[in-house]
Design a protein around this ligand. Sequence first.
Ligand code: GLN
Length: 446
Amino acid sequence: KEYSDSIKAKDSDVLGYITVTEDEALKNAEKAQEIIDKGEAKALTGIPLAIKDNICTDGIRTTCASKMLENFVPPYDANVIEKLKAENYVLLGKTSMDEFAMGGSTQTSAFAKTRNPFDLSRVPGGSSGGSAAVVSAGLAPAALGSDTGGSIRQPASFCGVTGLKPTYGRVSRYGLVAFASSLDQIGPIANNAVDCGTILNVICGKDSRDATSANKPAEDFNAKVGKDIKGMKIALPKEFFADSTDDEVKNAVLAAAKKYEEMGATLVDCSMKSLKYAVSAYYLVASAEAASNLSRFDGIKYGLRGEGRTFDEMIRDSRTRGFGDEVKRRILLGNYALSSGYYDAYYLKALALKQQIIKEYNEIFENADVILTPTAPTVAYKIGEQETDPVKMYLADICTVTVNIASLPAISVPCGYNADGMPIGMSLVGRKWDEATLIQTADAFE
Ligand code: GLN
């Protein structure tokens, strides 16, 4: 009730939700209360959560913030939703995002162009900007987002909350509307690292309907919380602290490193030489996969149905009216990179870079337990300031994309404010499957 009142009072400013499920939420909360009263509560029983609108919810509209899916009501739940329902969680609503998760500002949403709760004239980041903003504004205690190239971590950092991108394969992608299947991963956004761990404990696990989900033994991701970080090696790759990163951001992250040193950790200088190619490699791979994934939106099976005398005309009209500019740009870029004659020059080179980036991460982890970087080169910028220049927008993903390329887990944690009072985030990157160390390290800082 409290959250639904806050949503009514504040979401007209924040614009974090596309759909609010108030009636269902109150009913489910009562049901959860009975379970709690019987002493049968699980970790998330009765916990209200907001869900990014690219995660399918049975009977509840799932739009991907696109006109293409404006009226799409999935007939099934994503695997993560099945798992949350098994705990009797409470769905508060579906959150806004960049259309089909393509973007970093939530301003490409066809519906709610979410604002940053710290300053409503600024973007919340993206693409999971709605999820980060509602947690930041107190309109949900936690949320799920998805991260293909930074979409959980960057909005978390812009909105002053914590966001965890799990290892690729940790969480089933079944029911997550695909953007770039080799990079997409669902994860939590919350007020602290332990809440992220609690949610990950529930949503992780092998699922036969996602062949890339991994069969890992059950573990408690919060098991290492409170353990001393003395002796831990924290690597700082110098390319992430280059001139293109704002001084205020750099200084806040370096101050956090100092704090870790005071707690007994050892700071390790290191280098990631291929970082300068990472954005190019990411946009080639992500767009190539997006072009292929989004070909299913033809207006025939579901989604916006265009008009025309022939199938071709109808499909063209559906896609012309259903997709926004950024989505069209990615489809064009992806099909270009995959077309014969360009495939070797672009797509194959991007795949080679992927191997190089993995190799460089492995080398760093030979002498480090976690890696510390800024989450984004800047704090949240003003609405309208950057999103008109696509290349500038793409370059702002420099700090996050290598993590997806290398399938690694990473967590963004608030680490200070700039002179305007806007939050700054730092990212801790871990070895594959080592979310527990990330949560331990993040918690030690909080
Ligand atoms: N900003 C990046 C992009 O536009 C990342 C998006 C994401 O992680 N979904 O592709």
